[in-house]
Ligand binder design. Structure first.
Ligand code: BTN
Length: 328
């Protein structure tokens, strides 16, 4: 179906079925069919026997065509696969990964089985930005943290650039706004020791969703809640992919590392790290250039390369901890 009648309705005033039928050279029954098809796509169209039809609300869909046209990138988003619904954009990306180009993007309006870190599920209703980018950097597996760093600074820079939001990064790569999680990043990798075949960077950004009610273990927030109005997810995806490209093309740079430290919400806080070695509680002393969290424990500083990080409030800290150098 073309969207001939849509251009009539876009003005927002009442348009009679007869006028649209005549101008398109189609029957009024065909107009009715097109109206029904638009409604099925999420357009809210009022109808009245006397006045005809009126477009009240357009669906909040990501416009992949407009995104492709607007993108000013060389690598990231050269190919974009858009789906109304998938299981997980990371899983769809994995199926493409061997044969696709560096920078290929998979984006979906909703995910049935969105995946989070540490085998958690990721709630992905319509209105969020659920996107995976396949990257093929020429780096060794031991440097894979650089991809995480690039992705998290790209998200924070996007939120600052587009909306003036001061986003921070909870180690290793959760993006927070006012101490609530607005975005999570799940990186999956296929590699040999000295070469990464591909990395799938899955970014889940709570855009136009009611995140405060999300069934999550953490406190979530969305752009809608922070800004008080909906954002254009097409513009958001465009800026995000452009920032990701900048950070990716300068992967391993001082600038990425320095921003990652500057934007850290974890540095200086008392934290609990859940890792396969058990739970560790200490002070997040510094972040090393290779992505590790340097955790001060009684008598030693431990290098933590992976794990789940929880920022502790005073009441959550173990009584045996030294609380003199406390968190911000
Ligand atoms: C986290 O646990 O914080 C990471 C969440 C990552 C979610 C995104 S949404 C797009 C991509 N597809 C997935 O299934 N997960 C990632």
């Amino acid at each position: 179906m073309g969207n001939g009648i849509l251009s009539y309705l876009k003005g927002g005033s009442w348009v009679s079925g007869e006028e649209m039928a005549n101008s398109q050279g189609i029957s009024r029954a065909a107009v009715w069919k097109q109206i029904q098809a638009l409604r099925a796509k999420g357009y809210y169209i009022e109808s009245s026997t006397n006045k005809g039809y009126r477009l009240v609300r357009e669906p909040d869909l990501l416009d992949a065509g407009a995104l492709r046209q607007a993108l000013k990138t060389k690598v990231v988003g050269r190919d974009i696969y858009y789906y109304p619904e998938v299981g997980s954009t990371n899983d769809t990306a994995r199926k493409l990964a061997w044969s696709c180009d560096d920078g290929t993007v998979v984006v979906a309006e909703t995910q049935r089985e969105g995946k989070g870190r540490l085998s958690r599920s990721w709630y992905s209703p319509p209105g969020g930005l659920w996107i995976s980018v396949i990257l093929k950097p020429r780096i060794a597996l031991a440097q894979a943290y650089r991809i995480n760093m690039a992705a998290s600074v790209a998200v924070a820079r996007t939120l600052s650039f587009l909306y003036g939001i001061k986003a921070t990064i909870k180690w290793p790569n959760d993006i927070l706004v006012n101490d609530r999680k607005i975005c999570g990043i799940l990186m999956e990798i296929s590699a040999e020791v000295d070469r990464i075949d591909y990395a799938i960077v899955g970014i889940g950004l709570n855009a136009n969703v009611a995140a405060k009610n999300f069934p999550t273990d953490w406190k979530a927030i969305s752009l809608l809640e922070e800004l008080g109005s909906k954002v254009s997810r097409t513009d958001l995806a465009q800026s995000l992919l452009e920032e990701l490209e900048n950070a990716y093309l300068s992967i391993g740079s001082k600038e990425n590392y320095e921003d990652w430290c500057r934007l850290s919400a974890t540095l200086g806080k008392r934290v609990r790290i859940a890792s396969h070695d058990g739970d560790l509680e200490g002070l997040a002393e510094s972040l090393s250039e290779d992505g590790a969290l340097m955790l001060r424990l009684p008598g030693e500083t431990r290098r933590i390369l992976a794990g789940d990080c929880i920022h502790l409030s005073l009441s959550e800290q173990r009584p045996d901890q030294d609380q003199s150098s406390n968190h911000v």
